[in-house]
Every structure is written in structure tokens, then in C-alpha cells.
Ligand binder design. Structure first.
Ligand SMILES: Cc1cc2nc3c(=O)[nH]c(=O)nc-3n(C[C@H](O)[C@H](O)[C@H](O)COP(=O)(O)OP(=O)(O)OC[C@H]3O[C@@H](n4cnc5c(N)ncnc54)[C@H](O)[C@@H]3O)c2cc1C
Length: 339
């Protein structure tokens, strides 16, 4: 069980900046995100695209913004719990009890929901056996590529994730790349490499085929794939990897008794609190008149929510407004040498 001042749901840009705002006023945060990486939409949807409207940064990419936000919170040594979805929340005396999909439990007086458009989830295979073998032969992401060493692997998908992994795993596994169309959607460079590897016999491309069923008892032994003419073929394989992109689901948030307005959480703009005491919503997921779904708006929302968290985390202390330029306690928290 992990006790903290604030549990932040979402490691997108807004969740990250909220860590900084909390840290400056002496509050500790733990961050949970369903993705396998930090950065939310910036990292997942547009890591290399330029952003032009972050205050005082004329141009940055989704990736560099995430990197700088992480650099800014380094002094607070924040724990990130990735690949975990917040499933349940319940009230326990003056605290919230938060349970994740990996059964991790957090106890905190405050929750900040910085969940963006909901949790990113992989699009999955539609055949019924896929669920049975999920994480035991069927995978939608790769945590440790060495696991696939010397195995026979079927990779499905036509985008860069499928192509990248086909190229990478072909170095030490037997790879069959299956796609429902003849043309791949990845960058030309990746497509070129994959075709070259196919010619050299280092991978096998199978198009236009889709999965039809998965065979095996305790583990996968083979799959059946089908083309547009209904022709079915069997491929012997140890694992099946699906890279069909991500979908965004509001997910368990809908079950927490929060007021919702068209998949968004209405908040009070004085402190970004929801209809529940101690639960705040900031960033793309919150709704109020005039809301702009911009990163800079989320930063402001995080600053106000952080101050409101102070009241519940330190009920016997009075919050004092201070500038970072001149506040000694802030400098200490940042690990700066105090003059
Ligand atoms: C292509 C594109 C270009 C953009 N360009 C700009 C731009 O130029 N300027 C600008 O200001 N904005 C831009 N935006 C919008 C900007 O990316 C969003 O406003 C911003 O990402 C919102 O940040 P956030 O932290 O609120 O949410 P997100 O970035 O969406 O992060 C939310 C995180 O919460 C996680 N999560 C949700 N629910 C759970 C749960 N139950 N458990 C665990 N984790 C959960 C998700 O997995 C996700 O990682 C752009 C967006 C896109 C798609």
C-alpha cells in the first residue's frame, strides 16, 4: 500500500506539470498511467511533430516537451506506475483508496485526474481465442524483445509499429508479417527495409490476409489466416503480435460516481474540483465554460488544483502564496543551494 499526498491519474503533459506545482508547495505525488511510456498524447500521437504554443518555447516537439517536463520535476523524484490503469476508487475516512489493474493500492487525500481523452488501449484481435491467449502468446506491445528470441512470431499490422518490430525481431526470431492490404502504411524507409528482408528470406510477408482463428490448448501452436477470396491458410507459430493502433477509452472513470458531460468531467474553475471532495480534474478531460483543449490551459488548471490539494493534505497548515524567485522553501525543495 502506497501513501501519498496526491495520486495523479495520467502522465500526459498536464499530469507532469501538476507534479511540479505540487512539489513546489511541498506535496508528494505518485503518477499512474495505462501507457508504457510517459507523455500522454504528446508521446503517443505526435512525438516528432512541432508544437508552437507552449509559453516561452517558440517550438518544441511532443517528445522534447515531455523530456523537459520530466527534467523540471527531477528534484521531486516522482514514482511513475506505467502500464497500469486506475480501476477503482473508494472513500476511506478522510482518504481515497485507489486500486489499479495490477492490484496496487494507493491511499491519498487527493486524486487529480489528468486522464486526457481516457486511457489509451490497444485495438485487439477480434477472434474469440485472442482473449484466452492474451499475454500468453498474444501480445499488443513488447516489454522485453529477448522473450521472442528463436521463436516463430506472426506480426499483424501495416503501420510503423508492426514494421519496426518486424525489422527488429527478424534479427533473432522467425518473423511472418501479415497485413490485410497489399500496401503498408509505414514510412517509405521502413517499407523498403521490410521488402528487402522479405527478398533475402529474413522475414516472410503475407498479404492481403487477416487472422481467422488461433489454434492450441495451453499455448498457441498455429493460426489460420484468410484472404479476401476466403482462402484459408495455416501458419505454425509460437506467438501472435497485433499492432493495430490505439483506441482511447474513458474506461473505469465512468464508474466512479463523478458527474460527466459528454465524456468530460465538469469542474469548479476556482480549484478544478469535481463533484467529489478531494477529486480534481485537469487537462483535456475537464469541462467548464470556455475550456480550451490546449496544453497551456492544463498547466494553469494544475496550478490551481495543486493549491486546493494542500488543504486536504495538510489540514493543520496554512498555505502561503510565494514566488519561486524568492521563496527559500521552494529553493530547498528544488535542491538549490540556499544563499
Ligand atoms: C496531433 C495532435 C496535435 C496537437 N497539437 C497541440 C498543440 O500544438 N498545442 C497544444 O496545446 N495542444 C496540442 N494538442 C492537444 C494536446 O496534446 C492535449 O491538450 C494534451 O495532450 C492534454 O494533456 P493531458 O495531460 O490532459 O492528457 P493526455 O495527453 O491525453 O494524457 C492523459 C493520459 O492519461 C492516461 N489515462 C487515462 N485514464 C487512465 C486511467 N484510468 N488509468 C491510467 N491512466 C489513464 C492516458 O493513458 C494518457 O497517457 C494536440 C493533440 C494532437 C492529437
Amino acid at each position: 500500500m502506497i501513501k501519498t499526498d496526491v495520486l495523479i491519474i495520467g502522465a500526459g503533459p498536464v499530469g507532469l506539470f501538476a507534479v511540479q506545482q505540487l512539489g513546489l508547495i511541498g506535496l508528494k505525488a505518485e503518477v499512474v498511467d495505462n501507457l508504457d511510456k510517459i507523455g500522454g498524447q504528446c508521446a503517443e500521437l505526435y512525438p516528432n511533430k512541432p508544437i508552437y504554443d507552449i509559453p516561452a518555447i517558440p517550438e518544441c516537439t511532443g517528445e522534447s516537451l515531455t523530456k523537459n517536463l520530466l527534467e523540471q520535476i527531477k528534484p521531486f523524484k516522482t514514482n511513475f506506475h506505467l502500464n497500469e490503469r486506475v480501476q477503482e476508487i473508494s472513500k476511506e475516512k478522510n482518504n481515497w483508496k485507489i486500486v489499479t489493474s495490477k492490484d496496487k493500492i494507493f491511499i491519498a487525500p487527493n486524486i487529480i485526474i489528468a486522464g486526457g481523452v481516457g486511457s489509451f488501449e490497444p485495438r485487439k484481435f477480434s477472434v474469440k481465442e485472442a482473449e484466452k491467449f492474451e499475454n500468453n502468446g498474444v501480445y499488443y506491445s513488447i516489454k522485453d524483445k529477448n522473450y521472442f528470441k528463436n521463436k516463430k512470431v506472426c506480426i499483424f499490422g501495416g503501420g510503423d509499429s508492426a514494421l519496426d518490430w518486424a525489422i527488429e525481431l527478424s534479427k533473432f526470431a522467425e518473423v511472418i508479417l501479415v497485413h490485410r492490404r497489399h500496401e503498408f502504411r509505414g514510412v517509405p524507409h521502413n517499407i523498403e527495409i521490410v521488402k528487402k528482408l522479405d527478398k533475402e528470406g529474413k522475414i516472410k510477408i503475407k498479404t492481403p490476409f487477416q487472422i481467422n482463428s488461433i489454434k492450441g490448448e495451453d499455448k498457441i501452436t498455429a493460426i489460420l489466416v484468410k484472404n479476401d477470396d476466403g482462402k484459408i491458410e495455416e501458419i505454425k507459430t509460437d506467438c501472435v503480435l497485433g499492432f493495430f493502433g490505439l483506441i482511447m477509452k474513458l474506461g473505469p472513470i465512468v464508474e466512479w460516481g463523478l458527474n460527466l458531460e459528454k465524456k468530460h468531467i465538469p469542474v469548479n474553475t476556482e480549484n478544478f474540483q469535481t463533484n467529489k471532495d478531494g477529486i480534481f480534474a485537469i487537462g483535456d478531460i475537464c469541462a467548464y465554460p470556455g475550456k480550451l483543449k490546449l496544453i497551456l490551459s492544463g498547466f494553469h488548471e494544475g496550478a490551481l488544483a495543486a493549491r486546493a490539494c494542500f488543504k486536504l493534505a495538510r489540514p493543520n497548515e496554512k498555505y502561503r502564496f510565494e514566488f519561486t524567485t524568492t521563496s527559500k522553501s521552494t529553493h530547498e525543495r528544488l535542491g538549490l543551494k540556499v544563499k
